[in-house]
Design a protein around this ligand. Structure first.
Ligand SMILES: Cc1cc2nc3c(=O)[nH]c(=O)nc-3n(C[C@H](O)[C@H](O)[C@H](O)COP(=O)(O)O)c2cc1C
Length: 431
């Protein structure tokens, strides 16, 4: 465990509205404020609690489902629902005008965009926000049908393209230094030919921090080469210790300091005044996911059909499909395969797992004390450098997070009390 404090972000996805719980204050608030207004309000709450950044995942393949994402069936259309499909960069550009300090991390796919466009858009957000932009680099799991008739390239090709794409973007940012001369980059590579320089100079706040999501072998290698932080799908402590240790080793092998890369899992929390209430929030938050949907989730993640099995039947390691079977995300498939191989769980146990019902994110359910205890345990075990909050359950749960949990983390010395700088790079301690 390092001596620096935790790095904490807030996901601007409506995770607390999932499930079948009765309408609560958040819904009313969201309708009152409208699509952008509500996200601005969340960002202001996060800034008030001195969080490092707000974060917007983005999928271009249609409405997603799962924790950290939005289910297509669980709520009727509303202005706030529309926020799910908003272009993240435009949304964060609006948020930038209503906030002063908090970082703004947007997601842009290296599979579906040209690098010049992404370099320019990110640098524009950086200027609009006075140095607060961050880029979450994704290679995407689906959505190819919305860009051409070509199928999604293989993961290996996507990561090769991502590496070249990121080099080009960084070269473009460097090609036009603030107060200096702009020079062409004349890039010619496997995927791109880009002359440059970028039309807009680099903001003087310093380089734009890079985030990455995707933890297969190729994903880890890529993250270890370029990322300042990774958004991790980490369902349990052992998975966190393994991922963080491995990324730190890989970063060192590439000549970086292990501390240069932060592991930030999604933390899907359900907070209430009592454990019973919190457990009920958690139950309601998952009640819309019936057996059939969970069975379908297992099939789509690893290609295993368990539809005919009974709840107390065990899923043996030998039932796992050939590891070479193509999957949407090797990260999510590997996590679920690992759980089955190590535990040979009953169907009932398997269908309750975060890998099956919550995009493999870390789930913490209980009082403020309970969730703080989980955070401290994971931090002390070396599994995390911080987390990206995915509020679950209710508006009340989110209020407990901002009004009680965050101040407690600050009092304990685990989180800042005040911002020292006003750029995302300053919050992360990178120049
Ligand atoms: C925690 C997590 C979050 C992700 N978020 C996004 C996203 O917002 N948009 C997207 O297009 N892909 C997203 N992805 C997909 C990855 O970028 C990647 O395409 C996928 O995981 C396959 O890579 P892999 O072979 O390393 O698993 C995410 C993946 C993970 C693990």
């Amino acid at each position: 465990m390092g001596s620096r404090h935790l790095t904490i972000g807030l996901s601007l996805t409506a995770t607390w509205r999932k499930g079948t719980r009765p309408l609560d204050e958040a819904d009313a608030e969201a309708s009152r404020k409208g699509t952008i207004g509500f996200n601005v309000e969340l960002a202001k709450m996060a800034e008030n609690a001195k969080l490092d950044f707000v974060f917007k995942p983005d999928f271009t393949g249609g409405p997603p489902s799962g924790a950290g994402q939005r289910s297509r069936t669980d709520k009727p259309a509303s202005p706030e629902n529309a926020a799910v499909g908003l272009d993240p960069l435009l949304m964060l550009a609006a948020v930038s005008q209503e906030t002063d300090k908090i970082g703004l991390v947007t997601t842009a796919s290296t599979t579906f965009n040209p690098p010049y466009q992404v370099a320019r858009q990110l640098q524009s957000l950086n200027w609009m926000s006075n140095g607060r932009a961050g880029w979450n680099i994704v290679t995407s799991m689906d959505g190819a049908q919305n860009f051409s008739d070509e199928p999604l390239p293989s993961p290996e090709v996507r990561y090769r393209r991502a590496a070249e794409f990121t080099d080009v973007v960084r070269d473009l940012w460097n090609s036009n230094q603030f107060g200096g001369d702009a020079a062409p980059i004349d890039h010619r590579g496997e995927f791109f030919s880009v002359r440059g320089p970028l039309a807009i100079p680099a903001h003087p706040a310093g380089r734009i921090p890079l985030f990455q999501a995707g933890a297969s072998d190729a994903g880890r290698d890529f993250a270890a080469s370029v990322a300042d932080a990774i958004f991790g799908a980490i369902p349990d402590l052992a998975a966190g210790i393994e991922l963080r240790g491995d990324l730190r080793r890989r970063a060192a092998q590439k000549g970086r300091s292990p501390d240069d890369i932060r592991v930030l899992p999604g933390l899907y929390f359900f907070l209430a005044r009592t454990r019973e209430e919190a457990r009920e929030l958690h139950r309601l938050g998952h009640a819309h996911l019936g057996r059939e949907k969970r069975v379908e989730s297992v099939r789509s993640i690893i290609g295993l059909d368990i539809g005919e099995m009974d709840d107390d039947d065990r899923v043996m390691a030998s039932f796992l499909p050939d590891p070479q079977t193509p999957v949407r995300s090797r990260t999510h498939a590997d996590l679920l395969r690992r759980f089955i191989a190590e535990n040979e769980p009953t169907i009932e146990e398997l269908l309750a797992r975060p890998e099956v019902v919550g995009s493999a994110h870390w789930v913490s359910v209980g009082t403020v004390d309970d969730v703080i205890q989980d955070i401290v345990t994971w931090h002390e075990a070396g599994a995390i450098d911080g987390f990206i909050s995915l509020p679950g359950g209710s508006w009340g749960s989110m209020q407990l997070f901002f009004e009680e949990l965050m101040p407690r983390l600050s009092e304990m010395g685990l989180f800042r009390k005040e911002y020292e700088g006003s750029s995302l790079g300053a919050h992360l301690g990178i120049g």
